[in-house]
Design a protein around this ligand. Structure first.
Ligand code: GLV
Length: 387
């Protein structure tokens, strides 16, 4: 068993153990990947204030996200094709999250279905919705999420069309993988992954296949998005979906203060400041850079969460100190899952928790809920002067 001390250790193992097309799918941004890169490098520009001779006993990272108790304000983000990174990946990640005491968010484009995850977990999870043109399908999937006891709907707003990720096209990404010669040669080196996949029946988009009509290639994420996603999604439709759902609503993909204000108007319970991990609009600013102006625009009118670029507990602390009430990890737990299944997801959460707890203490704080701008050193021009 290798000694794992960082999220990057898990990334390297993930790369070694998982078929190239799925590792590449996770580890991509769109086009030049500028936004993908800056999501992480911008975190590095922010520094921490070392404070001393402060009582460090009795520390806590416990908090709340949308009124739910969390062991730390770090949820698992929705990630498509998670069950291709490791057999039954969504079930494994949901179980790890449940044990740790943080929310798990299931993607519409998951391999394990809503019902699969509900059957294998006790705590309610969150469901992420992509709005499709087929209204019947949307009504149905909302009803399925309600029946499964999901305690929040996470509506993604930044992916009506897919930002191009070159690697996915070059690898011929599908779920399950089509057995071309290069793919077979690569799979031959991933025996651990293959054994897992042979032992599960969950190898297709579980929320979709058998539930939706009229799709050319049900194994391809890019065909799906191109043929099915609703190009006309707008604020009126969001208001209607909120009515239909009737529960807690989180709007994901807000990167502009004006859109954050619209989210308040529509009555969202929370927004996620996000650029989809740099996978959509390449050239957009990093989520951590946009966070302060969005927090300033909406204040306490809506709970502000953020994702995109978090790879450590220090990153979590920086986001919280800049005003986020909650954060999400996507790739950071997917690396763990691809590396070591459920145990790897737990490891990712442990690594981040320990980093968050220790860093908070060395900044002179004992309670994650008290983190504020005072613990940071932020370059004066961090948000940039853009016209
Ligand atoms: C969404 O499912 C993505 O691939 O970013």
């Amino acid at each position: 068993m290798p000694v794992i001390t960082t999220i990057d250790d898990l990334r390297r193992l993930h790369k070694r153990r998982t078929p190239k097309m799925f590792y590449d799918y996770a580890e991509s941004g769109s086009w030049t990947e500028q936004t993908f890169r800056e999501n992480t490098s911008d975190f590095d520009q922010i520094r921490l204030r070392q404070r001393v001779a402060v009582d460090m006993s009795g520390r806590t990272t416990a908090s709340q996200m949308i009124g739910q108790d969390v062991a730390m304000p770090v949820a698992l983000a929705p990630v498509g094709l998670t069950g291709m990174q490791h057999a039954d990946g969504e079930i494994k990640a949901a179980k790890a999250a449940e044990k740790f005491g943080v929310p798990f968010t299931l993607s519409t484009m998951s391999i394990c279905s809503i019902e699969d995850v509900a059957e294998h977990t006790k705590e309610p999870f969150w469901f992420q919705l992509y709005v499709m043109q087929d209204e019947e399908f949307v009504d149905n999937i909302i009803a399925r999420a309600k029946n499964a006891g999901c305690s929040a709907l996470v509506l993604t707003l930044d992916l009506q069309i897919l930002g191009q990720r070159h690697k996915d096209l070059k690898n011929g990404l599908t779920a399950p993988p089509k057995l071309t010669l290069p793919t077979m040669l690569n799979l031959a080196t991933k025996w651990r992954w293959g054994m897992g996949m042979l032992q599960t029946k969950r190898r297709q988009f579980g929320n979709i296949v058998g539930h939706a009509k009229g799709v050319g290639d049900a194994s391809s994420l890019s065909s799906w998005t191109a043929e099915q996603f609703d190009l006309r999604l707008d604020w009126d439709k969001i208001a209607k979906l909120k009515e239909k759902w009737g529960g807690k609503l989180i709007l994901k993909g807000i990167l502009d203060p004006e859109d954050a204000k619209k989210a308040v108007e529509v009555g969202a319970d929370a927004i996620i400041v996000s650029n989809h991990g740099g996978r959509q609009l390449d050239g957009a600013l990093s989520a951590i850079r946009m966070l302060p102006s969005i927090v300033a625009a909406v204040g306490d009118q809506v709970e502000v969460h953020m994702d995109s670029g978090i790879r450590s507990g220090q990153d979590v602390l920086k986001a919280l100190a800049l005003g986020a009430k909650g954060t999400y990890i996507g790739r950071a737990y997917i690396y763990g899952l691809g590396a070591m299944g459920q145990e790897g997801v737990t490891k990712a959460l442990d690594v981040i928790h320990k980093e968050l707890d220790t860093t908070m203490a060395l900044c002179g704080r004992r309670d994650v809920k008290t983190l504020d701008r005072e613990v940071l050193l932020v370059p004066e021009d961090f948000e940039g002067r853009w016209a």
